[in-house]
Design a protein around this ligand. Structure first.
Ligand SMILES: [Fe+2]
Length: 198
């Protein structure tokens, strides 16, 4: 199986004013495309050819850095586009809300910890909500890593590489994270991944 770049699930200008058309053009058409192209080149002739994306990400971690970085970022970005939607944020599906209260104290606390994960991730990386041992936890990872390689299943992630926010927010990463949580998150998709991971 080779990697392929999916279309965005919405128009390039659909997330404005929180994420601009220009950001999505660069982020999707240049950055994600490069992960796909580089990943395919590195996959060719490797022991991972013919494996599923998740198997490639897990199998190449710590073994084949070039392939892992590109496959990991391909996996992360495939979900990232779906973790956002126009008019996102807002009310959470009931069961997900209940589980966040149970495991993290409150929805506000969960959102704050998730934002804080992104603020404190030094350099490039991601902040996450993930399911680990049956519980929802907050995690942060550098570069192309994800909870997948740390024994957990990601259900929400936010890209804190500068390419994701610098055009719109310059150095104000906390403002980008707040806008992501309050105005962009597709909580229905998060609930879907939670249900599948449970
Ligand atoms: Fe990115």
């Amino acid at each position: 199986m080779s990697f392929s770049l999916p279309d965005l699930p919405y128009a390039y200008d659909a997330l404005q004013p929180y994420m601009s058309k220009e950001t999505l053009e660069y982020h999707h058409d240049k950055h994600h495309k490069a992960y796909v192209d580089n990943g395919n080149n590195l996959l060719k002739g490797s022991e991972f050819e013919g494996k599923s994306l998740e198997e490639i990400v897990k199998g190449s971690y710590g073994k084949n850095a070039g392939l892992f970085n590109n496959a990991g970022q391909h996996y992360n970005h495939l979900h990232f586009w779906k973790w956002m939607k126009p008019n996102g944020g807002g009310k959470l599906p009931g069961e997900l809300e209940k589980k966040l209260v149970e495991d993290l104290g409150s929805v506000e606390k969960a959102k704050d910890d998730f934002i804080q994960g992104g603020v404190t991730q030094f350099g490039s990386g991601w902040s996450w909500l993930a399911v680990k041992d049956g519980k929802i936890v907050v995690m942060k990872t550098p570069n192309g890593e994800s909870p997948l390689v740390h024994g957990a299943t990601p259900i929400l992630g936010v890209d804190v590489w500068e390419h994701s926010y610098y055009i719109d927010y310059r150095n104000r990463r906390p403002d980008y994270l707040k806008a992501f949580v309050e105005n962009l998150v597709n909580w229905e998709y998060v609930a879907e991944l939670y249900a599948a991971a449970r």
